[in-house]
Write a protein of this length. Structure first.
Length: 477
């Protein structure tokens, strides 16, 4: 490997390093060098690297050593061997790729950068990734596109992954203007936590992400707020310090937007103003809700739209359902009901009560009669959710039976002129408390007419009860 030689406070500009190069940070470079607050210690500007290795094998007695790359192209960067504990690295308006793995680095900051493919940021105390319109240099990127033989469409269409693992502080932010209009970058975040590593806080503000993946468990806190996350995955995830998710939705861009939470401990999580309904497919599998808070969130309004909620191990294989699929589904919806009901959201809690009973209906262990009862309730009023269904059922059942009732009495299709009074008597027939001789004398009744009259009272009475039950759903405790 060829060695890159630099002097502190001297900018290296407009150079192309086409080989495997090593940037060694040594004690001798900083001997008799005084700290300057107005300049960066090591700076590269408008440079291109094929493969860059940054290495430090000795402790350096210097207040702070910053290494900055501005408007640079780095096809592959590797930072693993660092001994001193006062080095931080900054990338600005650059196109980068590679792996940075060292617990002695104090900070890695990335601003307005594009990725060839991915960058791994592992075991670093502080990681900061930002996209800001104030210092965005699109013209500088155009020069870089010419060098690498790619255009803006490549970065807009291909996923760029930031993989962050075991960092104490993580910050990702975008200002409100940065992704207005067509996205200039298709960014994804994958963050891993370990119970053996300290973690203080993760903060993600105004994100526009193709995907967000969260895995692992540790202490610390998390805030994610006011942004777009098209694909959202949490697996085996929990933070003891608590988590706040606020104002998150999927974008309007046409693609398959997925959300999956599996095997997570959601105790202490607060979901506020999350548009779950904006996702095309959602999967909740074996999560523990505990004291989960769900407020002002949007769920499907249509009963049938809850079919896009899955309870399977992997949302990418929707046909692979476990044997206890409906049992898991039933208990998952019950946990949702409890969480939204605790916030006072009776409207959404009724939805989850309804779909949980629909899942219960499909569990064979509850018995044939119980499944039939639940099926009848689902058909008649969506388990107390719909007032339209029983009203429609009342009308078509009563009208049909009234026509048969008139036919059994010879009052229909008898060759006589239409008796318009029969239209008025329909409303008396609809009254389930009516006397059997409301239309004709008892002597004129026959077995068929009395049977139809009785059947009408039973069936219409049932649907009236279902209508009242649905009508009173907001008054129930």
């Amino acid at each position: 490997m060829e060695k890159i030689t630099v002097k502190p406070y001297t900018i290296t500009k407009n150079k192309t390093f086409s080989n495997d190069d090593i940037l060694a940070i040594n004690k001798s470079q900083f001997e008799k060098v005084k700290k300057r607050n107005d300049k960066v210690e090591i700076c590269f500007e408008d440079c291109t690297f094929h493969r860059l290795v940054i290495k430090n094998i000795e402790d350096i007695d210097f207040e702070n050593i910053s290494i900055m790359f501005v408007n640079c192209i780095i096809r592959d960067i590797s930072i693993e061997e660092i001994t001193t504990s006062n080095i931080n690295i900054y990338f600005g308006n650059s196109i980068i790729n590679g792996r940075i793995d060292n617990k002695r680095l104090t900070r890695v900051e990335i601003n307005n950068c594009l990725l060839f493919d991915s960058i791994f940021l592992l075991n670093i105390d502080k990681v900061s990734i930002s996209y800001t319109s104030a210092n965005l240099r699109l013209r500088a990127w155009q020069k870089q596109y010419d060098v690498i033989g790619k255009d803006y469409k490549y970065f807009r269409e291909n996923n760029q992954l930031y993989h962050i693992s075991n960092s104490k502080e993580i910050t990702y932010s975008q200002d409100d203007k940065i992704f207005n209009g067509p996205r200039f970058a298709r960014v994804s975040l994958m963050i891993n936590y370990s119970p053996t590593k300290d973690h203080y806080k993760t903060k993600i503000i105004n994100p526009t992400l193709n995907s967000l993946s969260l895995e692992g468990t540790t202490g610390g806190e998390m805030e994610i707020e006011s942004g777009i996350i098209d694909n959202w995955f949490m697996s085996g995830f929990s933070l003891e310090g608590g988590v706040n998710f606020f104002n998150i939705r999927a974008s309007n861009i046409e693609n398959d937007k997925k959300l999956q939470f599996d095997k997570c401990i959601l105790d202490g999580f607060h979901f506020d103003n999350i548009d779950f309904n904006s996702y095309k497919e959602l999967n909740f599998y074996r999560n523990k809700f505990g004291e989960t808070s769900i407020t002002s969130c949007s769920f499907p309004n249509n009963y049938d739209d809850f079919d896009k909620f899955y309870t399977i191990e992997n949302i990418h294989n929707p046909d692979e359902k476990p044997d206890d699929y409906y049992n898991i589904r039933y208990n998952t919806f019950l946990q949702f009901k409890k969480a939204v009901e605790a916030s006072g959201n009776i409207y959404e809690s009724h939805k989850f009560q309804s779909v949980s009973k629909d899942a219960l209906r499909k569990i064979n262990e509850i018995g044939w009669w119980n499944r039939r009862i639940l099926g009848l309730n689902s058909w008649s009023n969506d388990h107390g959710l719909s007032i339209a269904k029983p009203l429609v059922h009342i009308l078509w059942v009563s009208i049909t039976l009234y026509l048969f009732y008139l036919l059994s009495l010879g009052r229909l299709f008898n060759g006589n002129e239409i008796d318009w009074n029969l239209f008025g008597y329909y409303f008396k027939f609809l009254d389930i408390t009516h006397w059997s001789n409301f239309l004709v004398a008892k002597s004129e009744l026959n077995g068929f007419s009395m049977a139809i009259d009785f059947l009408n009272k039973v069936i219409v009475g049932f649907f009236i009860y279902q209508f009242i039950a649905a009508f009173r759903k907001y008054g129930k405790k």
